[in-house]
Design a protein around this ligand. Structure first.
Ligand SMILES: *Cc1c(COP(=O)(O)O)cnc(C)c1O
Length: 471
């Protein structure tokens, strides 16, 4: 399998070439040159596999530069009941007739990002050892991504993590999750500033090409193809649990921010998994809902980006969306470049509303969308608690509300549960008047010793810190 860029660069690359890279050199995102097709016979073979073997089967269709025995071992090491809490890894439970929750948030940091990041940690360690190289991951986080990266990379050979976060602005639980890690290769940097300052620092350091090369700086952001690929697996696992045989279609609703999670659903559907509808659920930051309703893709300004109670979906643009647009435009890299570099660059928006391709977003690719507000989240959390004695987090609540708008008789609807409520306890208290349950291993983490360095909001200071901790 070879990979190409959405912006037209077709230099053939293998999986391991792009594993450690972010954007393609032409500024595009990597996609496989084609989507391998799975037929009914393949689905039948996969239906009863344990999760780690299913992961191996899906991944091996896209990865031919890691020996199968090694890839199998990496999947087996990653997807264990010990790390993800159950043998099913992503257990499904029925909430009401035909509506299911697929639990993706029982990994080490209680959010779905563990599903991909845990595999990425093992893939990085494997590939870096094979090349005799090291990597220093520099990131910026406001919560979920940073902790998932740290828990995936802790103790891994050849990898260090330097994670910047805005000092004092993460929830006490999120701070405790990250800062209590004592591993020598994990570095928490609390920046005196806001999240945007952290992102600016990461950009400034990455733009210093000499520094980047000398210190082998890399990232783990959501545009990484390996992360997306790992997420494809749980659409298959959800499908098998929601159906008794392989002819039946299933719909999925996905709480969405950067379009990474639901893009994996799109890939699964393109492979031939019988997905009826893919519902994109947004919060007040409705960039994606606007697109799927109108064909207009409009990047929001900082002032126009809302701080909401489903904060992991607070985006101004959806960084993975370009992958879907590439498929929507019939994989026309030149046309895509015109939209993303031309119109979007100049006007901050493009409009496909009158383009024949736009109608295909729903008809051919199965996409629908909806948006929720804070009041909707509170209502959904209360209602789910009251009628089903089930506590859901704020992001999952956005999903459940959207899902109910697109139910089709006879088609199971699977809502992806993207985090556990304890991560966003403040809103649960607002909705229900009490704290959510806390998994045992997190009891008292706020009292553990903290390992974090405070630095000014200055790229020079962060560079000096990295240089001092790199031997
Ligand atoms: C990251 C995240 C999302 C959004 O996922 P995307 O892949 O960016 O669309 C939704 N919910 C939670 C809890 C998250 O951490």
């Amino acid at each position: 399998m070879r990979y190409l860029s959405t912006r037209g660069d077709a230099t053939p690359r293998k999986f391991c070439d792009i594993l450690l890279e972010g954007l393609a050199p032409d500024g595009g995102l990597y996609l496989p040159e084609r989507y391998p097709q799975v037929d009914a016979a393949t689905l039948a073979k996969w239906r009863n596999l344990p999760y780690h073997e299913l992961a191996f089967e899906v991944l091996s269709l896209y990865i031919d530069d890691i020996p199968p025995a090694d890839l199998k071992a990496l999947c087996a090491k990653t997807y264990t009941a010990e790390v993800f809490g159950t043998e099913e890894i992503v257990p499904l439970r029925e909430l009401e007739d035909g509506v299911y929750l697929e639990a993706l948030s029982n990994g080490p940091t209680l959010a779905f990002k563990d599903m991909a990041m845990q595999l990425l940690g093992n893939l990085f360690e494997y590939e870096l050892a094979r090349r005799g190289e090291e990597l220093n991951i520099l990131g910026a986080t406001s919560g979920d991504t940073g902790s998932a990266a740290e828990y995936a990379m802790r103790g891994k050979h050849g990898v260090r993590v330097f994670m910047t976060s805005p000092e004092g602005r993460m929830s006490p639980f999120q701070q405790a999750q990250m800062f209590s890690l004592q591993d020598a290769n994990i570095h928490n940097i609390a920046v005196a500033g806001v999240f945007d300052d952290c992102q600016d620092i990461v950009k400034a350091v990455s733009n210093d090409l000499d520094f980047k090369r000398k210190y082998k700086i890399g990232t783990v952001n959501s545009i990484n193809w390996a992360r997306l690929l790992a997420q494809v697996v749980y659409y298959f696992a959800g499908y098998f649990q929601a159906t008794a045989n392989n002819g039946k279609p299933v719909s999925f609703t996905v709480p969405s921010g950067n379009f990474g999670n639901v893009c994996a659903g799109h890939v699964a559907r393109m492979m031939g998994l019988p997905i009826h509808t893919l519902v994109v659920a947004t919060n007040e930051n409705d960039v994606l809902d606007e697109f799927f309703r109108t064909g207009v893709y409009r990047v929001r300004s900082a002032a126009d980006t809302h701080e909401t109670s489903s904060p992991s979906m607070d985006i101004s643009k959806a960084s993975n969306f370009e992958r879907f647009v590439f498929d929507l435009l019939g994989r026309d890299g030149a046309k895509l470049r015109g939209l993303f570099e031309g119109e979007l660059g100049k006007a901050g928006r493009f409009d496909l509303g009158k383009d024949a391709a736009f109608a295909q977003a729903a008809e051919r690719f199965g996409f629908r969308s909806s948006r929720s507000t804070h009041a909707d989240r509170l209502d959904t959390i209360r209602d789910t608690d009251k009628r089903f004695a089930t506590l859901i987090d704020t992001h999952t609540a956005d999903g459940l509300k959207a899902a109910r708008e697109f139910l089709t008789p006879g088609v199971p609807m699977v809502v992806l549960e993207t985090a556990l409520p304890i991560k966003f306890a403040e809103t649960i208290v607002e909705a229900l008047g009490h704290e959510p349950d806390r998994p045992k291993r997190f009891v008292g983490i706020e009292d553990l010793p903290k390992r974090v360095t405070s630095l000014p909001a200055d790229a020079g200071a962060v560079k000096a810190y990295i240089a001092a901790h790199c031997d």
